[in-house]
Design a protein around this ligand. Structure first.
Ligand code: SF4
Length: 397
């Protein structure tokens, strides 16, 4: 049954609450839902209903296409001047023995390891350290682009940018222009957590505020550049805080159109100061993906990080609004494993990612960072999958 028919069944279902039907009708008519309706969905809507609505939007926009990319992470340091309560990754400067801090040359060596491999993106993210300043990052971006011009540099978050620009006494507009001129091509979605100060001041008190996070992305978009946005959910926030977070993103996107992808990040409770906070269920993960898809009507893509939520949940998420499951990673990130994710050494070959997507009857599309199609794997058969031909005995007449 096509997704529109399923929506029609919901709208005509006598037993469904009126509010459920009104929201389904809005989705069918491609109308935006309100803040209160977003909260209502979190409070009242069950998974099956949300899945029908979110999948309708997903298939209208992308059909069965499911995107991934070939990328690797470069994590300059896990030392950090901040002390976010949910962070399993950072070691404070006083815990230096457990940390690493790469030099510029060491970072370039990480990039050089991928020479000759078909990766399209380096994703640079890590802790905040005083020695990594505007001059350092400019030199890093320039050196990467000089070494490999076609490799897309997606790097740092407003947390780092706010810190280094403040130190350099330059405003956000000047700073982002400097980064662009040095070789930066897009900004990942991190550091957003939950914007609302009631939550942010408890879990991430000292780093940039939600408002500053949004201002930095706005300046970046004004330069004609693209970025992503995340939301850390499933800890001490209330549903209203999640909807407020998405509402602020939706408003900025209305003004700039610079966001590509929204990425809900599940709070994991290992190795951090919030170990007493239970993690939410897979059902809540899927509900959250679906509501994000419904609420953020001006975002093209919703992404699930397979390395964070497990391969199976990533497969399931493709029926709940998600159309992107991130990249091959090549075991280059510690962020998920240190927080207790199922994937302790996250790496998938292209073949494995393609198989994961095909198993749930979606079409695997390798994309670059800006969603240009690199390869449509729908009909690709990998060499090693071609069955060996049996040797035929010669026919003797
Ligand atoms: S979340 Fe980022 S800013 Fe916060 S402590 Fe961890 S590495 Fe530092």
């Amino acid at each position: 049954m096509d997704p529109t028919s399923k929506l029609a069944i919901i709208i005509n279902d006598q037993d469904l609450p009126e509010q459920h039907k009104l929201i389904a009708q809005k989705v069918l008519d491609q109308k935006r839902i309100s803040f209160d309706e977003g909260v209502y969905l979190y409070q009242q809507a069950e998974l099956g209903y949300l899945g029908v609505l979110a999948n309708h939007i997903r298939e209208q926009r992308h059909g069965d296409k499911t995107y991934f990319n070939k990328n690797f992470h470069l994590e300059p340091t896990n030392l950090c001047v901040y002390d976010c309560k949910f962070c399993s990754y950072s070691r404070l400067i006083k815990q230096k023995d457990e940390g690493w801090a790469l030099t510029l040359e060491e970072m370039l060596n990480v990039v050089k390891k991928y020479d000759g491999e078909s990766v399209t993106e380096v994703h640079i993210v890590g802790g905040v350290l005083p020695q990594y300043d505007v001059a350092f990052y400019s030199a890093l971006f320039t050196a990467i682009k000089q070494h490999r011009p076609a490799l897309h540099v997606k790097a740092l978050t407003p947390v780092e940018y706010h810190y280094i620009f403040k130190k350099a006494k330059i405003d956000y507009a000047t700073g982002m222009k400097l980064m662009k001129d040095a070789g930066l091509e897009s900004i990942p979605g991190g550091g957003a957590e939950i914007f609302h100060p009631e939550v942010r001041e408890v879990i991430a008190k000292d780093k940039c505020t939600g408002e500053q996070w949004l201002q930095i992305h706005e300046q970046w978009h004004k330069l004609g550049m693209r970025s992503n946005a995340t939301m850390l959910y499933g800890h001490i926030e209330k549903y209203e805080h999640r909807v407020d977070h998405m509402e602020q993103l939706r408003q900025l996107q209305d003004r700039t159109g610079g966001f590509q992808t929204f990425i809900p990040l599940k709070f994991r409770n290992q190795n951090n100061q919030m170990e007493n906070v239970p993690e939410v269920s897979v059902i809540e993960d899927l509900r959250n993906y679906a509501i994000s898809r419904i609420y953020l009507d001006n975002f093209d893509h919703i992404k699930a990080y397979w390395a964070m939520i497990s391969r199976q949940t990533a497969q399931l998420s493709l029926n709940f609004g998600v159309d992107d499951i991130d990249g091959t990673l090549d075991d280059t990130t510690k962020i998920y494993s240190m927080a207790g994710a199922e994937e302790q050494n996250p790496a998938m070959s292209t073949k494995e990612l393609v198989a994961l997507i095909k198993q749930v009857r979606r079409k695997p599309i390798e994309r670059d960072t800006l969603y240009n199609v690199v390869t449509d794997f729908t009909d690709v058969v990998f060499d090693e999958d071609i069955k060996p031909q049996f040797y035929k005995l010669p026919v003797i007449n």
